[in-house]
Ligand binder design. Sequence first.
Ligand code: XMP
Length: 531
Amino acid sequence: KILILDFGSQVTQLIARRVREAHVYCEIHPCDVSDEFVRGFGAQGVILSGSHMSAYEESTDRAPQAVFELGVPVLGICYGMQTMAQQLGGKVEAGTVREFGYAEVRARSHTKLLDGIEDFRNDQGHGMLKVWMSHGDKVTALPPGFVVMASTDSCPIAGMADEARRFYGVQFHPEVTHTARGADLLRRFVLDVCGCQGDWIMGDYIAEAVERIREQVGDEEVILGLSGGVDSSVAAALIHRAIGDQLTCVFVDHGLLRLNEGQMVMDMFAGRLHARVIHVDAADQFLGHLKGVSDPEAKRKIIGREFVEVFKAEAAKLKAGDGGHKGATFLAQGTIYPDVIESGGAKSKKATTIKSHHNVGGLPEQLGLKLLEPLRELFKDEVRELGVALGLPRDMVYRHPFPGPGLGVRILGEIHAEYADLLRRADAIFIEELRATIDPQTGKSWYDLTSQAFAVFLPVKSVGVMGDGRTYEWVVALRAVQTQDFMTAHWAELPHSLLGRVSNRIINEVRGINRVVYDISGKPPATIEWE
Ligand code: XMP
């Protein structure tokens, strides 16, 4: 296994991710762990991360000296390389300019780490790497035993190596995708240099995570708000695997879910996994409070507030305990790593200062519960892989995201139960056709080729003709987008034949809708949701 020591870089988790992708187990620990910890860890190799410190702040963080006395390979990245240089007798000087971004690094001297790893040859026939560089300070004198491994014009020591001791340092960031061969470099380090086996799989992750959850929870009890979304579902399945009936899931149905969604969640968790799930049917309560409200922000606030109220009431019941149960002391959340970054947590290397998940901010404090977040070090695609390994259906795990306020933000203006019913049916037809239509070029379904797709209810009536009669009915808009991060998005160029089929089916099968339109707005300037 690999020990990653974190000096507080925003991208430390990416190092862990690349190591996991090479099928090697790793753990991230703060850079100030003790020498005893380092000696007792049993690492086959150590990686020192970068730091978030800017060029003008001075970091005095050092790696525990024991790292260099273990006799195992060490890779220092960015700040990690600088502290390695300093601790081993080299020299680091403050730079006057901060270099950040794309750079081309020339590979020097033959090293096991970079052997055969290059992007192109320059005019002189030197192997070159395309990398992402970020530094203010730089190494200006090598420690004894080291040679220059890589360089650029502005950074003569952009990489250093002591092959005898198997110590390497790179000033650039191999963990980010902008460094084209970065993943290869990290794989080379953990597999070939450190000699790890590369046989670690998600199944092992489950065993380890289960162990950690059992340790953290002991014989106490946990509640979790199950939404049917990917993250809370995978968290629930994992925690249930670890502690069984010590977990109670609360599934709040606000009446604004997709077609059959409540039934699917109950079938899966209560039916197949035999988890304790409380299904709260709060549709009347939510729709009651939403009556007469048409402002989008007001609707969101009401839905959010009621959700917290319902959940708190259930939690209070559970906290009090019942027959065989003592009452919950933990609140579990499906916080994943991107959520941690978003709430600013990743900037800090002290895990305790990290804020709670933005979606349910403040809930744990209000409820007086401790937090359990078993997915907080995983990226979305790793969460999906974990979900499949836990036996959740692929359809559930690869589902498009669905906003917390649900159909509440897809029914424009005031919400009526009747609108929600029509929308649910139209939406289900759209999704069914997207799943069923395969793009011949990629062999993938249009559901998988889009990042998010749904129908929107427009409370507008237009005239139509059906058979011999005139109709005067509602309009539904279809929305399908392709995006990496949901911050910007392109409208999906769905085949016209697919759009035609969806439109026909909706108008024929959903009485009350006589017109279907397709939304061709990008984000920006439009947003993905209509409200
Ligand atoms: P917009 O509409 O802002 O949406 O382009 C970007 C992404 O965020 C989702 N979204 C939400 N998710 N609660 C959520 O959990 C919300 O209030 C919310 N509003 C938007 C939206 O579905 C899209 O994926």
